[in-house]
Write a new protein. Structure first.
Length: 304
């Protein structure tokens, strides 16, 4: 019998719900049918797990000031060196990390891209893919201000995103001919230029390019009506900016979805929520998304 994959789980923000949902998730016997977990974090946050489950808890001898960042750095290195098959990240506070470490930390995805490029000495196109029960949403742009989105959307960038999503669905999810949808940027997808030219200048040419290269991509679709009746008919939808895709997606899938990073040479999944300081210490934090993220990471690791 093949040994189950070793999956690393980062602690997340020590003051948030990360430690609580990890403790709850790893108390679920279902997980141990899929993987062997190892925690990257401060041992004091997981005393009960150490005592009851004897789960390995790793943390660097000389951590950074921010323990969430220290755990992430160590887990990433282990993933790059193939000491673990995949990594699952609990939520962090980007501002706290940026302040504590005196860096600009805009999220796990950008951090992992930088680390992978440094390790492999080549460039990668990373894409955030949110996986729900019946639909998947990919983001063409991620954590940038709303005012910067139009200039961040380019034909080259859209081509890279389309290819990354298409290849990711084939490699990770076993879809030989995935069907994709693309949303428009402007209301009503620009109304033929009346409400903006981005669709004519970048989005439609990207769709034509995809079809020319045998990628089954449709659109652009007006975002206001798409999620009401079309989103579940495609294997994945490409939204052009963060809130365009994630507001309707999370409304239907919150706490049941997983964030998967496509386009990198490592497997990483994450929860679909934040640090939730308002729930810290209440015992009410829901670990459903983390359980799903761990199981999916194990399944993807077997395919990678």
């Amino acid at each position: 019998m093949k040994e189950l994959p070793l999956i690393g789980i980062t602690q997340g923000d020590a003051l948030g719900i990360g430690p609580e949902i990890i403790t709850k998730a790893l108390s679920n016997p279902l997980l141990y049918r899929h993987c062997r977990p190892v925690i990257f974090g401060e041992e004091k946050l997981f005393k009960n797990l150490r005592r009851k489950k004897n789960i390995p808890i790793l943390f660097p001898n000389r951590p950074h000031k921010n323990s969430a960042y220290a755990a992430l750095e160590m887990a990433t290195q282990w993933c790059l060196e193939k000491k673990i098959a995949a990594m699952v990240t609990a939520p962090v506070n980007k501002k706290r990390i940026s302040s504590d470490e005196h860096i600009k930390f805009v999220g796990h995805t950008d951090y992992l891209k930088t680390r992978c490029e440094k390790f492999y000495k080549r460039r990668f196109t990373e894409t955030m893919l949110f996986v729900g029960e019946k639909e998947k949403i990919a983001l063409a742009t991620t954590h940038i201000p709303l005012k910067d989105i139009p200039k961040a959307i380019t034909l080259k960038g859209l081509k890279n995103t389309i290819k990354t999503v298409h290849d990711g669905l084939k490699d990770y999810f076993g879809l030989s001919h995935p069907s994709l949808a693309m949303l428009g940027l402007n209301p009503h997808s620009g109304d033929d230029g009346l409400l903006g030219n981005e669709e004519k200048d970048y989005v439609r040419p990207a769709v034509r390019w995809a079809n020319k290269h045998k990628i089954d991509l449709h659109g652009p679709f007006p975002a206001d009506s798409f999620f009401a009746h079309l989103s579940e008919k495609f294997d994945a939808t490409i939204a052009l900016y963060h809130d365009q895709g994630l507001i309707p997606f999370k409304q239907k899938n919150f706490l049941r979805a997983v964030n998967v990073t496509l386009g990198l040479p490592i497997v990483r999944t994450s929860v679909d929520h934040g640090v939730a300081y308002d729930l810290t210490g209440s015992g009410k934090a829901d670990s459903s998304s983390l359980v799903t993220a761990i199981i999916l990471a194990a399944r993807l690791a077997k395919r990678s």
